[in-house]
Design a protein around this ligand. Structure first.
Ligand SMILES: [Fe+2]
Length: 390
């Protein structure tokens, strides 16, 4: 029987790590480290995570299997290049041979940076860009705690170049961790605003991967399902933060969106958000929530069919409407969702003033995420979007 639709024949690859999904999977972290040959573990986390009950469970399971570890928790949100260099010194001094990263995107990105430095023997700033590593990072196991960044399954690491106030984007297949352990229990200690911001980050990943000019059927499948899961569960999750089914669905949405963007890359929401995060140290998910409707407005004409499919997935009933009406419905949906999850802010409130916009746009235009945006932006376009988002 012949199928009634054509598949994409252009070459595309899809990279994904092993992952274990489910309640109490955090107890598997130690045995996975052991299977990967851990002699001494470099355990990266942050000061908040290290106080949670489930982190203590992970420590106890490490003690049970008798593998030594060194704890490193000096990691900020929007992790800085000097934190990567400090961590890599400790990794070397302690003679570690495996990384266990327990935390959100900042912890996992910083841990990836440390992995790069300890096997490539140069400053982290020398690895900015695409495929810049000559040696793989050490074995790496992740326990992600935010259902947002999805660094635990992605080829990306984002590190703040602190002196020059911008975020470096590092992309390589070698940055995909060996194992990701996705335990919804860990999300129960996450506060509501972080849940909202990381949920909007996931939605931005799915929108940008789906409309990316490097998208493929493998990505689309995951991106659309992530959009459906966020639509059905994010607001409910905020109202019922202890409901494990809802937490697990957010974790699944993050996993799917992560697989999608790791392979199809991102777009202007992220190039601009990286610029804001690097220059003003703002929350990544908050910036994305602010920027996403404006970027949809900018991109719609270049990926109309894709945005119509997103509108269908969101049950916005686009049939019978013209393209402008569909675009407006999508933008309204995004504003309403942002309000429903209590992200009541804009770039002006976050400290962006008109005189900063040329600098923010200059930093954003150099970000590799623009390369896959469906409408190639010019610096002037990014200035306009920043201004609209104030
Ligand atoms: Fe993101």
């Amino acid at each position: 029987m012949v199928e009634n639709y054509d598949i994409q024949l252009e070459m595309r690859k899809f990279v994904a790590p092993e992952f274990i999904f489910g309640i109490d999977s955090r107890f598997k972290a130690a045995s996975y480290c052991k299977k990967l040959g851990a002699r001494k573990i470099f355990l990266a986390t942050d000061s908040q995570i290290s106080k949670t009950f489930w982190f203590l469970d992970i420590l106890a399971s490490l003690q049970t299997i008798g593998v030594e570890y060194t704890l490193f928790s000096a990691i900020s949100p929007n992790p800085r290049d000097f934190e990567v260099m400090a961590g890599s010194e400790i990794y070397k001094q302690e003679k570690c041979n495996l990384i266990l990263a327990v935390g959100g995107g900042s912890v996992i990105d910083c841990a990836k940076g440390i992995g790069i430095v300890v096997t490539n023997f140069q400053h982290i700033r020398n690895f900015e860009g695409i495929d810049m590593l000559s040696s793989p990072i050490p074995p790496m196991v992740c326990v992600p705690s935010t259902a947002g960044a999805s660094s635990d399954v992605s080829q990306f690491a984002i590190i703040n170049n602190f002196e020059n106030k911008y975020k470096m984007v590092l992309i390589s297949k070698a940055l995909v961790p060996d194992v990701s352990i996705l335990d919804p229990i860990v999300l129960t200690t996450k506060d509501l605003y972080l849940t909202a911001c990381s949920g909007m980050d996931v939605l931005s990943h799915a929108f940008e991967a789906y409309t990316s000019n490097a998208a493929s059927e493998f990505n689309d499948l995951h991106a659309l399902e992530a959009i459906r899961l966020i639509d059905n569960n994010l607001v409910l999750n905020l109202k019922n933060p202890n409901n494990l089914q809802l937490r697990a669905k957010m974790m699944l949405a993050s996993l799917y969106a992560g697989l999608a963007f790791s392979n199809a890359s991102l777009g202007c929401v992220h190039s601009m958000s990286h610029s804001l995060g690097g220059f003003l140290d703002l929350s990544h998910g908050e910036c994305n929530a602010i920027l996403l409707p404006h970027v949809v407005d900018f991109n719609f004409s270049a990926a109309t069919d894709k945005y119509i499919k997103i509108a269908e997935t969101l049950n916005l009933n686009p049939s019978g409407l013209n393209n402008n009406q569909i675009k407006q419905k999508l933008i309204d949906y995004l504003y309403n969702l942002k309000e429903a999850v209590n992200i009541n802010t804009n770039l002006k409130i976050k400290g962006v003033s008109s005189d900063l916009i040329p600098t923010l746009a200059s930093n954003a235009i150099n970000d590799p995420c623009n390369a896959t945006n469906p409408r190639p932006p010019k610096k002037k376009d990014l200035e306009t979007i920043f201004t609209q988002a104030m």
